[in-house]
Ligand binder design. Structure first.
Ligand SMILES: *[C@@H]1O[C@H](CO)[C@@H](O)[C@H](O)[C@H]1NC(C)=O
Ligand SMILES: *[C@@H]1O[C@H](CO)[C@@H](O)[C@H](O)[C@H]1NC(C)=O
Ligand SMILES: *[C@@H]1O[C@H](CO)[C@@H](O)[C@H](O)[C@H]1NC(C)=O
Ligand SMILES: *[C@@H]1O[C@H](CO)[C@@H](O)[C@H](O)[C@H]1NC(C)=O
Ligand SMILES: *[C@@H]1O[C@H](CO)[C@@H](O)[C@H](O)[C@H]1NC(C)=O
Ligand SMILES: *[C@@H]1O[C@H](CO)[C@@H](O)[C@H](O)[C@H]1NC(C)=O
Length: 374
């Protein structure tokens, strides 16, 4: 196990090795590739714009949802979805758009509401978060790119400076690894994540539905929600064989008929808690028989958000040309975020205190996404 301090200092050395910031265009496309994988990023939101992997016939497909026109990523802060962006400072719903830390109450930027009561405020994905910021590029090679963003004290209402880096690296045959690290000027909540929207058939018309994706999650627990769909400290055990039980691989469609995505909806918007972490073990896998593309995920995070894209409203997000014409349809993709408990900041002392960082407690995380064919 490499020590955190070693990792942080070597990344810092990497950053300082670059004499002056590379000139870059926030909406320019920066690609990395190795073996059978190629990824394209925009500095705006450190966004993954394209993710090309090979299907079982050796044809490259772009399995990431998104926009061909990069200006569409630059959107009003209430706009959803935020396809494949870098999320920060704090993933998912922060209930009531406020929290208390060390006796001080902070009001954070309001950019959403309870799914039930529109009068109840929410800070979603850190308010005007990292996904709306222009990152700088601190280093780039054929197979890797490192982005940096400095978030000043008070940004979106959060206390303290956050000096944040995310590195993307690809290696043959087809593994994408994401490392994030950050240092802080004072105690503050922090939960960055990758906001990953995928369709393993890349909307090839021969197999449009995501319900035929097989899904495995090494989890027998999910986080409970209250009447406002705000996450609680309740960790619910999933009975073996229940619709929500993906601990044995099964079709998403065979576990889809649940309302875990809000109120009166079908599908998922839920945090599954992984069984204890073991390095290099896949805790999440999904594959499609139609394209033959398989994804295996490893992570040091405690769980994954599973979202089945129920809120892709029919006329809001125009498809990439490679995905056909028209708009992305509801329930047409599968979404993951490697992260901690949703709204953990409201459950200090009840849930593990793993989203509060400080000058003496830097943040580090790593996740890998390995693609193969069936
Ligand atoms: C700030 O947060 C507190 C606690 O949730 C709330 O009572 C108050 O209305 C909020 N203020 C604003 C301006 O949103
Ligand atoms: C909700 O946020 C708005 C600002 O967007 C504020 O005016 C209002 O007081 C907040 N409501 C509550 C209940 O805090
Ligand atoms: C970030 O880049 C976009 C696209 O070029 C631009 O519209 C925006 O003003 C930039 N934001 C900041 C804060 O510089
Ligand atoms: C769908 O996938 C098959 C198999 O790779 C390919 O032959 C076909 O051209 C694809 N169709 C489109 C529209 O991309
Ligand atoms: C799933 O695949 C099966 C077998 O190929 C097919 O009959 C079925 O229509 C597909 N279901 C959906 C929802 O696409
Ligand atoms: C959910 O559906 C029930 C039954 O149709 C309805 O009474 C209730 O108002 C709905 N709730 C919301 C928030 O739409």
């Amino acid at each position: 196990m490499v020590r955190l301090s070693t990792i942080i200092s070597s990344f810092a050395a990497l950053a300082f090795a670059v004499a002056a910031p590379t000139p870059y265009d926030p909406l320019g496309e920066y690609s990395i590739e190795a073996g059978n994988i190629k990824a394209t990023f925009l500095p705006y939101g450190a966004t993954l714009k394209n993710l090309y992997v090979k299907d079982r016939w050796g044809q490259a497909r772009d399995i990431a949802l998104g926009y061909d026109d990069p200006t569409l990523y630059v959107a009003p802060t209430t706009h959803t979805p935020r396809f494949n962006t870098q999320i920060g400072r704090y993933a998912d719903r922060l209930a009531y758009a406020s929290f208390t830390l060390d006796g001080v109450t902070y009001n954070t930027t309001v950019n959403g509401h309870s799914k039930v009561d529109p009068n109840i405020n929410v800070t979603f994905h850190g308010g005007i978060g990292f996904d709306y910021r222009n990152f700088s590029i601190v280093s780039q090679a054929q197979d890797s790119i490192v982005f940096h963003y400095f978030s000043p004290d008070g940004e979106a209402g959060f206390p303290g400076d956050v000096d944040f880096y995310v590195s993307h690296h690809v290696e043959a045959p087809a593994t994408w690894s994401v490392k994030m690290w950050a240092t802080f000027s004072q105690r503050t909540p922090f939960m960055p994540t990758t906001h990953l929207y995928l369709q393993l058939n890349a909307f090839n018309e021969s197999e449009p539905s995501v319900l035929n994706h097989t899904l495995y999650i090494k989890s027998d627990q999910y986080q409970g929600v209250d009447a406002n769909f705000f996450s609680t400290d309740q960790i619910i055990t999933i009975p073996k064989g229940a619709l929500q039980d993906f601990s044995t691989p099964k079709l998403l469609g065979d576990g889809f008929n649940v309302d875990m995505c809000g109120v009166n909806c079908t599908g998922y918007d839920a945090l599954f808690v992984y069984e204890p972490y073991r390095k290099n073990e896949a805790v999440l896998s999904t594959w499609s028989d139609a394209s033959g593309i398989r994804l295996d995920v490893t992570t040091d995070r405690i769980g994954t958000a599973l979202y089945t894209c129920g809120e892709l409203t029919p006329d809001s997000a125009p498809k990439k040309a490679a995905h056909g014409s028209g708009y992305y349809e509801p329930n047409s993709c599968i979404f993951f975020e490697q992260q901690s408990y949703v709204d953990a900041i409201h459950w200090q002392g009840e849930l593990p205190d793993d989203t509060i960082f400080s000058p003496s407690k830097p943040f580090y995380s790593e996740s890998t996404y390995t693609f193969s064919t069936l």
